[in-house]
Ligand binder design. Structure first.
Ligand code: SDX
Length: 392
């Protein structure tokens, strides 16, 4: 290896790996999973089909999909002792911290999921987490809402079962609007993978030391939590709520976002790769209008978001930096319409991103990638002699 070190903070110009999973073109606003356009997948595929496509590389046949779903259903129970770990958290705990901890705790109850080298063992660990992760997501939300930790109904579809686990109320007949299931399905597809973003790179680098899939996913959840990454979908709604409380005056927030001395950023705006529109934001914005329309929900925050987008896109500061709405700008408005609590939005992002993290971890392990270990440019002291306490 050459000893020339190229400094590249944030890896803005570093390719960490070769990958055949997701293709982005930041200039043209193109996003494809295994060669299929995100616009087609969001319209025509189910989230479970997209999970299969990302992880195994092809759209599944009817038989492949039903076997995949059957194998997942068989893994949809979580050890009862996991409830005791959840009980240890205060209700005020942020759901992302709870989810990262529970995902790591799963290792203790599934030790065989750690040392997986063969594709067969990987498959077993993969269907395990696809079965159990939705339970952890539902339980994390129900803990916050003081509702019993329950199961859904695996005879339903993958998304319906998740929705039922999250929302069914004791002593009430469970029913759900088709539009809600379709919106959830579409949102999860749009979040499913995004090449080497911060959390996926985290999953890869933790997985590269062979810590195992569940530990790598737990690390990815921790990375996604940050407001500069997946946590932005929660920060967007909090920002829009603040603007609404402030009488809807967007110009004040635009000024704050441009002020170098103010750390405030327009949340849900800007992207490392997309220097044009984020194709997912375009689809989600349209879906927000549709879902709120179908559910008969008037949300003033949606109008504030559209107003903010309009003003920002005409502003020199944002235009000169190619800052456009990203995937997080409108997604929270739909989650809210679906009755999901604001601090659960990033958990929904993690649920959507799960198949992408799995696919990228699997590709990294099958390609036998070396352990991730970047270098640095040292800027500290040269050699110094030790100072005894009396000399300090
Ligand atoms: C996600 O990587 C992925 O693919 C992520 C993701 C995925 O699917 O995995 O797409 C999901 O995380 C989307 C991004 C969610 N985050 C936010 O919405 C938070 C707000 N946006 C930013 O903080 C920022 O735009 C990032 C983090 C998204 C990108 O940051 P970069 O690429 O490191 O760019 P930068 O911080 O160097 O900004 C470049 C310039 C700076 O101004 P100058 O110093 O050149 O004068 O643009 C400015 C920044 O100050 N800028 C913003 C801004 N974003 C960038 N100014 C105001 N508001 C913003 N939102």
């Amino acid at each position: 290896a050459s000893n020339v070190i190229t400094l590249d903070p944030g890896y803005k110009n570093t390719g960490s790996c070769e990958s055949a999973i997701t293709f982005l073109d930041g200039e043209k606003g193109v996003l494809r999973y295994r060669g299929y356009a995100i616009e087609d997948l969001a319209e025509k595929a189910s989230f479970l089909e997209v999970c299969y496509l990302l992880i195994f590389g092809e759209l599944p046949t009817k038989e492949q999909l039903s076997k995949f779903h059957k194998d997942i259903k068989e893994q949809s129970i979580v050890d009862e002792d996991m409830k005791r770990i959840l009980d240890g958290f205060p209700k005020s705990a942020h759901p992302m911290g709870v989810l990262a901890s529970l995902t790591n705790a799963l290792v203790a109850f599934n030790p065989s999921s750690v040392n997986v080298d063969s594709e067969e063992d990987m498959y077993k660990a993969i269907v395990k987490i696809l079965g159990k992760f939705p339970v952890l997501v539902a339980w994390t939300m129900r803990k916050k809402m003081s509702l019993p930790l329950n199961y859904g109904d695996t005879s339903l579809g993958y998304i319906e079962n998740i929705h039922k686990m999250m929302f069914q109320k004791p002593n009430e007949e469970y029913k759900v609007d088709r539009a809600v299931i379709e919106a959830l399905d579409k949102l999860l597809i749009l979040h499913a993978d995004h090449e080497q973003n911060c959390s996926t790179s985290t999953v890869r680098i933790v997985g590269s030391s062979h810590s195992g899939l569940f530990a790598s996913l737990s690390a990815g959840i921790a990375a996604l939590w940050g407001p500069l990454h997946g946590g932005a979908n929660q920060a967007v709604i909090e920002m829009l709520e603040a603007i609404k409380a402030d009488g809807g005056d967007t110009s004040k927030y635009i000024l704050k976002a441009k002020d170098k001395d103010d750390s405030f950023r327009l949340m849900g705006f800007g992207h490392r790769v997309y220097k044009n529109f984020d194709p997912r934001a375009r689809i989600i914005k349209k879906a927000a209008d549709e879902v709120l329309g179908e559910l008969g929900i008037e949300d003033p925050v949606l109008d504030i978001a559209k107003g903010l987008e309009k003003v920002a896109l005409e502003d020199e500061y944002f235009k000169s930096r190619n800052l456009y709405p990203n995937v997080d700008f409108y997604s929270g408005i739909i989650y809210r319409a679906l009755g999901i609590p604001t601090d659960m939005f990033t958990v929904m992002f993690a649920l959507g991103r799960l198949p992408g993290w799995i696919a990228q971890w699997k590709e990294m392990r099958l390609r036998k990638e070396p352990i991730g270990r970047p270098r640095q440019v040292y800027t500290g002291y040269t050699l110094r002699s030790f100072k005894t306490m009396s000399d300090r």
